[in-house]
Design a protein. Sequence first.
Length: 353
Amino acid sequence: MENQGFRKNLINIEPYVAGEQPKNDNIIKLNANENAYPPSPEVQKAISGFDAAKLRLYPDFSGEPLKSTLAEYYGLKPAQVFVGNGSDDVLAAAFRAFFNSDMPILYPDVTYSFYPVWCDILRIPYKTIPLKEDFTIDVNDYAQPNGGIIFPNPNAPTSIALEKSEIVKLLDANRDVVVVIDETYIDFGGESCVDLLDKYDNLVLTRTFSKSRSLAGMRLGFAMASEELISYMNAVKDSYNSYPVDAVAIAAGVSAVNDDKYFKDTLAKVISTRERLAKALEDMGFTVAKSAANFLFAEHNKFTAQEIFNFLRDKGIFVRYFNKPRIDNRLRITVGTDEQTDKMISALKELIG
Ligand code: PMP
């Protein structure tokens, strides 16, 4: 065939691969760190009561009134909050806005596998920093010339949180670059750095409604930073898609934030099941990292992660297995309801004895 030269200009990237999505409702899905519980009943009310006539108009381009609701909740000015279409969208805006140096950005070797994908598609140079043997971050490794830093706290898929005093050390050694902390799982036990935003005008925190607020299907995320940095994220947003968050999602998000009791009760349930599951896994011969998230990172002393993954999958229980260096004998298991957890423990007992 002639004139097929267009193929050399097609994009050449390896996209992010999400956890498998089951074809039927009987599957126990513990592979995407979704919340075990539904969102607040106030969210249901907001959606049911939403006036479809309002969809005639574009939503507020800055995500109001959700932005102000979040600002008030976290004690910030509305101009310090950026609202987006899930934290993936928010992170993508942050990568575009802040990582424009010729120097490599730094992030851990074992971390959220979307970071290398954004670096590839945006042509951002990067360098991975190995976690310590116990999968914790050594902040001293980040005291080197760089074009920016990003890491999740707690980290994923390790579930391990970094202490705030360590983060302060990292920030003090990196005043000339933007440091993005991906706080996707922070509500489940880590210490947020929101109070550091006053002191560090180069710090950006990203958050999501997908995990602690049970709204993965709504696609809502946000960032908190200095007004200056947020203005750059808005400039990026307005250069791609001025209205990423739809009007129904804005209404649902406001209702979720306003029901603080439900939020805290749900967190407490997930945390209590997490601790029970961790103990049960340890009793069965697993080594389990100390989790500050809504998932566990575990390795068995006899069965390989791949074997356990396949066994559970055959039983209709989906967990996450990453065939990647350093973590290919570990499973990442989302904390489900108590009933789901009991079913998984029983299934594991069948295999392990
Ligand atoms: N960061 C981390 C560390 C995650 O695990 C996830 C979930 N896949 C995200 C960001 C993105 O979540 P969402 O886009 O649903 O907010």
